[in-house]
Design a protein around this ligand. Sequence first.
Ligand SMILES: NC(=O)c1ccc[n+]([C@@H]2O[C@H](COP(=O)([O-])OP(=O)(O)OC[C@H]3O[C@@H](n4cnc5c(N)ncnc54)[C@H](OP(=O)(O)O)[C@@H]3O)[C@@H](O)[C@H]2O)c1
Length: 274
Amino acid sequence: MILVTGATGTVGRHVVRELHAAGRKVRALSRNPEKASFPEGVETTAGDLTKPDTLAEALTGVEKVFWVLPLAVNLEFPRIARQHGVRHIVLLSSMAVEFGEANAIGRNHLKAEQAVRESGADWTFLRPGGFMTNTYQWADSIRSAGVVRVPFGDISSPAIDSRDIAAVAAKALSSDGHEGKIYPLTGPESITASEQVRILGELLGRQLGFETIPNAIAREAMLRHMPAEIVDALVDLNRQSQRFSSVLSTVEEVTGRPPHTFKQWAGDHLDAFR
Ligand SMILES: NC(=O)c1ccc[n+]([C@@H]2O[C@H](COP(=O)([O-])OP(=O)(O)OC[C@H]3O[C@@H](n4cnc5c(N)ncnc54)[C@H](OP(=O)(O)O)[C@@H]3O)[C@@H](O)[C@H]2O)c1
């Protein structure tokens, strides 16, 4: 049995689908499984990763876990999983670990990696850069005003399709040889936010505006939804994203097929922007 945490989330939902399609026994964890929908045959289980006493049922009979960190990270989880007999943990970490302890997102992921190593389970760390799904935050403004306003619009980075992260995760969870491996993951091309907006406009058949805004304004908007420490970490990652502009071949090496381009991703998710 493979337990997928974050099973209703950006990457986890695709991990569930991939494993199920490959004929694996999958259990999907959610705090509210009654509200979630999964392919027929997927087991669902209720549990809260920040409350260890809610996880016994979810972990019973499980050999492998896909671990997605919620914002409030519970570093006890790998040890508890190991106590229940889990042999292998595949962690959705982040390229932000390369920023070290100074960045709150990098710090959370570094601590989680350390907790997995110390649990005694086999491990695989996936370290993706920015997700293509981050562009969903433009959807309201595209719909209402036909314009995207972001800071750092001229810095290019190789955003990744969450389906490609999930494909790597599914390989790591269902085939041998991924133990002790760290997989930094990117999409196939390094492009700027303004190029992404141009592609969205082309697919939507609309001319979209693009404006670069000061950091302080972007920060203020994010503070409405996220803790200040995480907002500052995101601003820092954006500011320095040129450090992560290299395209890596890891997705293709692990899955045997190239990752999706932004144009492919946008074409498959266009309804979100209409
Ligand atoms: N966005 C990026 O560019 C990027 C880049 C690199 C790494 N990452 C990392 O990728 C991970 C996923 O990020 P995301 O923003 O896309 O989130 P997400 O996967 O959409 O996260 C939400 C998921 O986490 C689950 N969850 C939240 N709190 C939980 C809790 N207390 N107990 C159990 N499950 C809980 C939710 O399940 P229920 O609501 O169903 O319980 C949902 O499935 C994060 O660790 C992030 O740092 C993101």
